[in-house]
Design a protein around this ligand. Sequence first.
Ligand code: UD1
Ligand code: CA
Length: 454
Amino acid sequence: MLNVVVLAAGKGTRMKSNLPKVLHPIAGRPLLQHVLDTSRQLNHKGALNVVVGHGAEQIEAALTAEDVRFVLQAEQLGTGHAVQQALPYVDNDETVLVLYGDVPLIKAATVAKLSECVSATSLGLLTLNLNDPNGYGRIVRNTDGDVTAIVEQKDANDEQKAIGEVNTGILAVRGEHLHKWLPTLSNSNAQGEYYLTDIIALARADGVKIHTEQPQYEWEVLGINNRIQQAELERVYQLEQARRFMADGLSLSDPARFDCRGELEFGEDVQIDINCVFEGRVQLGNNVRIGPNCCLKDAVIGDNCVIKANTIVEDATLANNCEAGPFARLRPGTELANGAKVGNFVEVKKARLGEGSKANHLTYIGDAEIGKNVNIGAGTITCNYDGVNKSKTEIGDHAFIGSNTSLVAPVKVGKGATIGAGSTITSTVPDDQLAVARGKQRNIEGWQRPTKKK
Ligand code: UD1
Ligand code: CA
């Protein structure tokens, strides 16, 4: 069984932030959350141990979960000391996997493979060959090719500095070995820290073999120390995700200009143009087309819907064959029934548009229940707010709302009713009647325009 220990006590000074480093996001999820989610895919035993120090309270508040145990490392005395804090929760016969809260993209398959080579006589170390190994601990091997030690950059001599194989920090080792070795670490080195990496030489001395693995992709083991690296890994993550989606049949105009910061489900023949952002849980049916610059969050979009450029959708449900945008804003509680259409500069909130109903231009529909085949003219406003309370507007099937109508809620417009353009409707309009509520037109004969005074 696997016991996971995630190190997350460091300060992250180079982020220059109030937020602890491991809470900074990749794809909308904290770095540490990525590591925990990956760990959950492993066959691990008991709680996931997270060693926290700097910003411990904030991290615990953000990521508390039933299967996570936070272990406090009050002072950051080194990676070896950090793992040592978790030892009370480590049994001898377990395989301990050490991960890092700021190395978010490690793949479950990679660490699963690494932990498989752990036994009472061997441990697993994840290494990487780099053209520029600067800053990393170097993997020292003897003439037989066996790993004999890890030497930190700051402790390395010139010959060691020339080694291109580096320590990723990720390793897997039997609990009994950690119990034996960690208490014996010394901090007499260039940084005055208790190095986890020193267990390699101790293993060697105890006849424990060092088995090395390499990750499938370099980005799996890249850590985040500053916002540049954060942005770089964000692009790696997004591109990988986009590739996965495309392999599953999603059509993206440009995978480099696609961002999904949540869960995206899609049917067949869905097309997404450039610069779209998906957040929360978004479901797209078959044949959905999404134009450029759209943002969708927690939305369900039915088959054959077309979302045109620059449309913002949040917490909304569109049935099949709907159209929205360009420049539409569908706010929380929007429901469009089959074939409903919302055009440019239309804002909808907490409202349902029935089958085939249309609001094509420049309209605000809030707190409304609109029937089937209703036509809402340009400039229509539901006046849903009296400064204190929100009230509802109800419009029956087949009603026709003339342009520039104000519907002062609470108000009902009956089925088949017609509202003359420019009306301010304050009371019920019965079914099939015409309501006109506007100043009557007066024409003044012989009218003279004023002339400019000299
Ligand atoms: C470490 C490795 C180095 C490796 C590199 C890969 C050691 C001694 N060195 O060096 O061989 O090439 O990672 O990135 O392990 N942490 C704690 N508590 C501490 C110290 C660190 O939780 O007391 C955490 C940090 O938050 C960080 C991680 O451990 O997430 C690595 O610590 P850091 O000091 O950055 O180690 P490196 O010097 O990068
Ligand atoms: Ca580091």
